[in-house]
Write a protein that binds this ligand. Structure first.
Ligand code: ADP
Length: 550
């Protein structure tokens, strides 16, 4: 059988036959394919489900070149796993879209999607057509969201600022509860809330994340992390004798910054050339020429009324000395991206030629200060805000890079949680409480169905149950027992705020424990998980481009 063969020619024009590898297993199709996909998805879910919740465990991820990441964040774990299966890769995309839109709930969304798929598989094996299942899930999803909307509460009034900030603090704490920083979670929650409330636009109810920077530096401990009112720069002044703090000059309110992308160097001819120096005289002339050029540059900076020079390039000792002599504290080798950050934060224009410098192009800050660390001689510079500028920097310290990185991710999550509440102050109760009440609602609806949808509804409701089930298991509780208790109590007391007592507080009342999740995040989780499930149910073969089997 030569149907697998291709005729080809080598470079000399001689023909030969390539017979494709016949032992290669072609990808399964139809039902078999679905089963394979779902099993692959399940194996991914099994890995990340132990990270869910405040008692979830961390994972160590080791990259091919040996870099280590320790994390509890679903999106990060998934993005660093080398997944071969195409469906598993879709789960990565899923957690990424949750991350992009909401920033929190990335583990939950994958766990939910996988348990929906698991349930779907059972229905498929019962003989129900995948599209019917997908349609039933869609209906169930609508009911779930309508119910979620109904039970969501607006606990606080955005206009009651003080109360609102207190609430934000509690939400930030819930979101940090499962993370490496949980020991310092009061401090980190405060940092997240302070950062957001400084930059939030209350009228538009939005937060511009460009105004919040996350910076980390290894050293010290998490406790030393702080919120900086301005931007921070991993640099020091170019000359050791420059002052370590620059304050506004007498009678002024701001320190003026010149941001330069031109070097403190005498101009060079554009094309290659050779310079011959044959006598001492000529050498002296050249030196003098350089000197006057430097002087001119410095005069132009002085004339613009700048107090501090921030330059993208280095400058040689001569220029450095002159800057120092002229009382122009300066910072060199500032990267392009950082320079832009400073420009945004201080309202400066970046200047590419000394001739273009003018007062209107300078940035403003209230001071530039060197920050020193412990016994090391490490220094960083802080450019503090004036009243008009509002960039803030969350500056994270930690004993090693892994901790700093994970703390950054954790803080980012809680910044998102807080931002989401500023956008929409509706919340639902966490600890699986919201999932259980939705599950109850859907199974109630299932009983009313006469058609095949009732199966899909029941399965959807079971899939929602996995969240409290896993939360309970991860906290060392008996999953099934806890779940049935919660369900019974929610029905008996007609309350939707009973959930898993992960922290062993002795109460299942999530309202009392103040375990809340933003409504928008929970809603997004359910929508995205259902969508993905539908997509996978519709797939019946995977064709990999560039490979010869399908
Ligand atoms: P994700 O990456 O999905 O945000 P987390 O590991 O942060 O996952 O876990 C979030 C889940 O843990 C949510 O369902 C939330 O309600 C629940 N949770 C957080 N803190 C508590 C707590 N103190 N008690 C019970 N459940 C909690």
């Amino acid at each position: 059988d030569l149907s697998n063969a291709i005729m080809a020619q080598d470079e000399m024009g001689r023909p030969f036959i390539i017979v494709k590898d016949q032992s290669q297993k072609s990808k399964a199709q139809g039902l078999e394919a679905k089963r394979e996909h779902i099993l692959a998805a399940r194996s991914v879910a099994n890995i990340i489900k132990t990270s869910l919740g405040p008692r979830g465990l961390d994972k160590i991820l080791i990259s091919p070149d040996g870099d280590i990441t320790i994390t509890n964040d679903g999106a990060t774990i998934l993005s660093q796993m080398e997944l071969k299966d195409e469906i598993a890769k879709l789960l990565v995309e899923l957690s990424k879209s949750q991350d992009d839109e909401i920033g929190d709930g990335t583990t939950g969304v994958v766990v939910l999607a996988c348990s929906l798929l698991d349930q779907a598989l059972e229905l498929i094996e019962m003989g129900i057509h995948p599209i019917k299942i997908a349609n039933g899930f869609d209906e169930a999803c609508k009911i779930a969201i309508a119910h979620l909307d109904e039970i969501s509460e607006s606990l606080f009034d955005i206009d009651d600022r003080e109360n609102f900030t207190n609430m934000l603090l509690k939400v930030a704490k819930t979101s940090l509860g499962s993370k490496i920083v949980s020991k310092e979670h009061d401090q980190f929650a405060q940092m997240a809330v302070d950062a957001i409330t400084q930059v939030v636009n209350w009228e538009r109810k939005d937060v511009d994340f460009d105004l919040i920077k996350l910076e980390g530096k290894v050293g010290g401990s998490l406790k030393d992390s702080q919120l900086i009112n301005g931007v921070i720069l991993d640099k020091e002044f170019s000359h050791p004798q420059m002052p370590n703090e620059v304050l506004p000059k007498d009678g002024k309110t701001d320190v003026k910054l010149a941001l330069l992308t031109c070097p403190f160097e005498p101009p060079k001819p554009k094309t290659k050339h050779k310079l011959d120096i044959n006598s001492v005289e000529e050498y002296k002339n050249l030196q003098e020429y350089e000197q006057t050029k430097f002087q001119e540059m410095i005069q132009m900076v002085k004339k613009s009324n700048a107090d501090v020079v921030i330059c993208q390039w280095g400058f040689d000792d001569e220029a450095n000395h002159l800057l120092y002599q002229n009382k122009l504290p300066s910072i060199r080798w500032v990267g392009g991206a950082e320079l832009e950050q400073i420009a945004v934060a201080t309202n400066a224009k970046i200047v590419a030629r000394f001739e273009d410098l003018s007062e209107s192009k300078l940035g403003s800050c209230s001071k530039v200060k060197e920050l020193e660390f412990g016994t090391t001689r490490d220094k960083m510079l802080i450019i503090e805000n004036t009243e008009k500028t509002k960039t803030v920097t969350c500056f994270i310290r930690g004993s090693n890079k892994m901790i700093v990185d994970e703390a950054k991710r954790a803080l980012y999550d809680s910044l998102c949680a807080v931002r989401n509440l500023c956008r929409d102050s509706k919340i639902v109760y966490g600890g699986g409480a919201a999932e259980v009440t939705m599950s109850l609602k859907i199974s109630e609806e299932a009983d009313k169905q006469t058609g095949i949808d009732q199966y899909a509804f029941r399965s959807f409701s079971k899939a929602l149950d996995t969240i409290p089930l896993i939360l309970a298991e991860n906290s060392g509780l008996n999953g099934i027992e806890t779940l049935s208790n919660i369900k019974a109590n929610q029905v008996k007391q007609n309350k939707s705020n009973i959930g898993v007592d992960c922290m062993g507080l002795g109460s299942n009342d999530m309202k009392e424990a103040f375990v809340v999740d933003p409504y928008v995040g929970k809603r997004q989780q359910i929508l995205l998980a259902t969508q993905l499930c539908r997509m996978i149910l519709k797939i019946d073969s995977v064709i990999v481009k560039g490979s010869d089997h399908y």
